[in-house]
Design a binder for this molecule. Structure first.
Ligand SMILES: C[S@@+](CC[C@H](N)C(=O)[O-])C[C@H]1O[C@@H](n2cnc3c(N)ncnc32)[C@H](O)[C@@H]1O
Length: 217
């Protein structure tokens, strides 16, 4: 199914409005998905990039075995993340920077792992963002995504198709299918799908892991 386009400016405006209430509204409901992604990232370890780090709700899910860099489009969301960093509780968070995930300012192969929690379905051009994630992750490194993905069949799919039009101005894309992520990976000869699994609560989120293969010289 075709997805309606999302404009980056719509997303930026939406998150300026979300920032003051984001932790209260989206903290608990997305907690298990966020934790599952961070746990998967910790098994890779090292330098981790959080794309769309938001207010830094995931900072609690990492530890000193990792070094976290966060980027986000939204200055109001990053203000909240910086306030968390200022508490001194997250020495593993090296920096957060305002940056568009479609055009990252990092050199190729900078990170051991790139994580995007509840982000890939919101960006204007998901394939371009995936390619940027792939570029900045080291060969042998991983891209870990967690999101609600389109149910594809049954009542849930019908509701998601209906909600697609209603929620676009809120910066949401509930009808985003796994097939689009898979097609991106299949079009990259050095990307491989490592894992696709449902996570709590009730399997409404999907965790997807791609690896940038280390090609033999
Ligand atoms: C649903 S929030 C998720 C925040 C955080 N990852 C979490 O789990 O709480 C989506 C975040 O992605 C950010 N975002 C959306 N489009 C972006 C882009 N093109 N570049 C960087 N960040 C983006 C938004 O500003 C927002 O903070």
């Amino acid at each position: 199914m075709a997805t309606l386009d999302l404009d980056t400016s719509v997303v930026e405006n939406a998150y300026a409005r979300w920032a003051p209430i984001y932790d209260a509204v989206c903290g608990p409901v997305m907690l298990k998905g966020r934790r599952a992604a961070a746990a998967a990232a910790r098994t890779v370890g090292g330098k981790i990039l959080e794309v769309g780090v938001g207010t830094g709700l995931s900072f609690d899910d990492y530890d000193a075995s990792t070094e976290i860099t966060g980027i986000d489009l939204s200055a109001p969301m990053l203000d909240k993340a910086r306030a968390k960093m200022a508490s001194g509780r997250y020495p593993w968070v090296a920096s957060v920077q305002q940056m568009d995930a479609h055009a990252m300012e990092f050199a190729d192969a900078t990170f051991d792992c790139v994580v995007a929690q509840f982000v890939i379905t919101l960006v204007e051009n998901p394939e371009q963002v995936l390619s940027e994630c792939h570029r900045v992750v080291k060969p042998g490194g991983r891209i870990i995504l967690v999101n609600h993905l389109y149910s594809e069949t049954g009542l849930a799919a019908a509701v998601e198709r209906w909600a697609a039009v209603k929620t676009r101005a809120m910066g949401l894309r509930p009808e985003f299918p796994f097939a689009r992520l898979q097609a991106w990976s299949q079009s990259n000869s050095d990307s491989i799908l490592v894992e696709r699994r449902k996570v709590a609560p009730f399997g409404i989120y999907t965790l997807v892991t791609f690896e940038r293969m280390a090609l033999a010289a």
